[in-house]
Design a protein around this ligand. Structure first.
Ligand SMILES: C[S@@+](CC[C@H](N)C(=O)[O-])C[C@H]1O[C@@H](n2cnc3c(N)ncnc32)[C@H](O)[C@@H]1O
Length: 300
């Protein structure tokens, strides 16, 4: 992993913490990709006992997962305590009177880092992570997810690819040489990290999303409200001058199309299964022997 990928964790936590209050007002892309990930999840026959929403943010997906799997125990982990506080409020509001029913399980809300998950080995059936892993070291995070997943457990996630916000990146490049937009892993790096972590049967694909804005200023404001700050190591410190912001806005005008400015996102969708159990043995001819006790896992 290059220097560019070394994100400053404290800054991520602070930035998302400050964003918690108004995040839901601007999380348009997050809603779209979260819904798509849930749609994809509905294609898999699964009866998870324990679900982790990793980088749960304000808890929108947590609520949807609770509704879809009412018998499951839910765990939400986020590095920003303020996000979890908001998730708790949102969960209570969404569940209304249902939360008093004896069967309704309250989610466990844990402040924690995807790179050091506060969960036992082999303890989770479904890890759901919508637009959170792009803030993490993927090698370490996937190894952690592999550690906590049960062998027939499933990881479903979205992340951002390097073409994300290329218009804004180019506009900034016309002003100075500092990295103003985070640098994201490409699909090849993501796949390699999954394979290295020994996640089973990894699958990845990519989709492009375009949000539309009246001005570049409005886009930059939304990114700030979302908490999606620039956390590159080599980022420019200190305040950005008005002149620089004007230059960015002027350059961005070259993308104007049908009276609006596009902001492109490259969204990577991925899933994989938990680790292949070491009690499985492979013969020289490649035949895999699976203990009868694990045969339920074949119905994926
Ligand atoms: C873009 S938000 C997505 C939130 C939510 N999943 C959604 O779909 O709205 C990213 C979230 O990941 C959290 N996050 C960032 N780095 C993290 C890490 N290393 N461990 C856990 N959470 C992290 C942030 O605090 C933030 O709440």
């Amino acid at each position: 992993m290059t220097e560019q990928f070394k994100l400053v964790k404290a800054l991520v936590a602070k930035s998302f913490g400050q964003a918690a209050m108004h995040y839901d007002d601007v999380a348009v892309l997050q809603r779209q990709t979260g819904d798509e990930l849930l749609d994809r999840l509905s294609l898999v026959k699964l009866a998870p006992k324990r679900i982790l929403d990793l980088g749960a943010g304000t808890g929108r997906n947590l609520i949807q997962l609770a509704e879809r799997y009412p018998d499951a125990e839910l765990v939400a982990i986020d590095i920003a305590p303020a996000m979890l506080k908001k998730a708790k409020q949102n969960f209570q509001n969404a569940m209304g009177f249902k939360r008093w029913l004896p069967k309704q399980k309250k989610p466990a809300l844990l402040v924690g880092d995807a790179e050091n998950l506060p969960l036992d080995d082999n303890s989770v059936d479904l890890v759901f992570a919508n637009l959170a892993l792009q803030w993490c070291d993927l090698k370490i995070s996937f190894a952690e997810i592999e550690r906590i997943l049960r062998p027939d457990g499933l990881l479903m996630f979205t992340s951002l690819g390097p073409d994300t916000l290329y218009e804004l990146r180019e506009a900034w490049a016309s002003v100075d040489n500092y990295p103003h937009i985070n640098i994201f892993y490409d699909m090849h790096d993501v796949g390699e990290a999954m394979v290295n972590a020994k996640l089973a049967e990894p699958v990845l694909d990519m989709d492009r999303y375009v949000l539309r804005y009246d001005t570049a200023k409005a886009l930059m404001k939304d990114l700030k409200v979302l908490g999606a700050s620039n956390v590159n190591k080599g980022r420019r410190r200190g305040l950005t001058s008005r002149l620089a912001l004007k230059q960015v806005a002027d350059y961005y005008e070259k993308y104007r199309d049908n009276k609006v400015l596009p902001a492109s996102y490259e969204v990577i969708f991925g899933h994989a299964w938990g680790p292949i159990d070491s009690s499985q043995t492979t013969d020289k001819d490649g035949t895999v022997h699976i203990p009868v006790s694990q045969i339920k896992g074949l119905g994926r």
